[in-house]
Design a protein. Structure first.
Length: 137
């Protein structure tokens, strides 16, 4: 049986939000995030408020063409490996590393190389969801 943890350490919330611990503390003080009951003298963050803020701050680039994909991760290309027919492209999107395979021709036409700003747009009918190991009791 899994136990739901309704609170996070400040550092855990910061990692999920892609900001510094100090930003999370300021957001707790300003009410942008909700504080959870303290644990062993440590300030804690309500995990539902972190989830709500993450959903609220999902940004769609103004330059993006309309698409049916709802999972869009803007970032920067960090690696491109090309071979005869295929290319492997790695994008760092905030704390997320997204790896895609595509035809070499597509990578060439897009001019993909490290340093290029790009977005990974993900549309899938099958997504695996795993619990964080700290959620298991």
């Amino acid at each position: 049986m899994y136990a739901f943890v309704s609170h996070l350490k400040i550092s855990q919330a910061a990692l999920l939000l892609g900001v510094s611990d100090d930003s999370v503390r300021r957001w707790l003080d300003s009410g942008r995030l909700v504080a959870a009951p303290e644990e062993a003298g440590r300030r804690m963050v309500d995990s539902a408020s972190v989830a709500a803020l993450m959903a609220q701050t999902t940004v769609q680039s103004e330059a993006a063409a309309p698409t049916s994909a709802r999972n869009r991760f803007p970032g920067i290309v960090t690696r491109v490996e090309r071979d005869g027919v295929m290319a492997l492209v790695e994008i760092q999107a905030g704390p997320h590393r997204v790896v895609s395979t595509m035809t070499r021709e597509a990578a060439d036409e897009l001019g993909l190389q490290p340093g290029v700003r790009a977005a990974a747009c993900i549309k899938a009918s099958n997504v695996v969801v795993e619990l964080d190991a700290t959620e298991i009791s």
